[in-house]
Design a protein around this ligand. Sequence first.
Ligand code: UN1
Length: 503
Amino acid sequence: MTHEIVSVIGGKQAPNGAAYDSINPARVDEVVAQVRLADAETFASACRTAAEAQREWARVPAPVRGRVIASIGRLVEANAESLASLVTREIGKPYAEALGEVREIVDTCDFFLGEGRRLYGQTVPSEMPDKSLFTFRVPVGVAAVITAGNFPVAVPSWYLVPALLSGNAVVWKPAEYAAASAHALYRLFAAAGLPEGVLNLVLADGSATSEGLETALAEGTVHKVGFTGSTEVGRRIGELCGRHLQSPCLELGGKNPMVVMPDADLDLAVEGALFAGFGTAGQRCTSLGTVIVHESVHAEFLGRYTRAVAAATIGDPAGDVLCGPLLDHKFASRYEEYLGWIQPHHTVVSGPTGRITGDSPRGDFSGDGGLYYHPVVVDGVRPDDRLFLEETFGPIVGVTTFSTLEEAVELANRPGYGLSSSIYTTDPKSAFRFRAGIGAGMVSVNNSTSGAEAHLPFGGNGKSGNGSRQSGMWVLDQFTRWQAMNWDYSGRLQKAQMDVAEI
Ligand code: UN1
């Protein structure tokens, strides 16, 4: 069932380029789609097409644009199973999670369809009589949206839906290894009645994208870049945008801590650490990096955690498993490098590390032909260790101990990321003190570091992003700009600051 997919610009298939095979990471010999990768000029021309189409789209009343968003939500819902199956097949995400991911698109549409009838501006009192002041949200223009493949359909929708709703056109560049899922989502968006050129899909590699983006920024055909991916690439995009006086919306990596207090419900904490560490094979930007556990419950927590990890289901993501394969070859080899950080003096408490070949330890599946890795728990990770400081993007969790909450907060902040965080405690004082001290954009209490809901602000600080937020109403500040209007009906020239009425 291999099919070829190409970029779609202005509703038309774009010229073919270099070939790329998107594979099924559970069976690496299976090609899910043959992708044609566009060159830099094709990316730049998509931005020109979008800029042209955006003028008309911005004139469509926002409530009507909201109706298109409603149709997108309905279409995605009606095709949820097939889209989720494709996501599972292309990136190895367990089916239940893939279905949840599709659900997140519907949630996002549900939230924004009504925003078409709001997009509120304000009326503001003037310092002068017979004069009214207003604010309006205006679209930025064209958004270039560049997304990772670990959430190949939900995270793109966090950008696409609000950007389109608020009157922007979009050029979307998904990850090559998730191109088929992206293409399927693009088709659902297009089928909902978006005019041609308002949403364009460009399948391209990183270097063509950065070259094309540079041209578009210089030509003035891109006005906002939304990027989800690594800190390293985010930094390059930030530099590129900065040269053109633009601030991108960046959602980058994480090294997300989970603090376990002495009064925590340990079974709950173990369950949370299992899902956060090994769900999505540890490949969420919100995945758990390090458990920071109070020294008095460390031994008990570790015992229960390692037993839970040993019993976790790994295997074919089409089935009911916690942990499937890694996303693709590139991620697998990078993760193997990370595994190389584990020095002889590290204490791996979970059993074997590395690729699962042949029958799994429990004999319930064969790892042959898939990018499956053993889940790894390392105890006694020191705060100056790479394993403590750097994002690993794979199924590995470090464990370390603390004695006071202040120390736990200090450890939790130390890696310099700031995306998600979590504390397990039954004492509200500890929860609020942790919240106040942590540098992360998101804090969970008695819940996993991953699994944010679609209508809260999602995003990070430090190495996790530039403080911009996706999701919920906050993302509108990324895709609209405030325009101020004053209207003087006094019939004379009233000068601000100079003609202020006396009391
Ligand atoms: C990501 O990995 O880029 O909070 C996003 C979560 C998901 C989104 C993760 N809703 O884990």
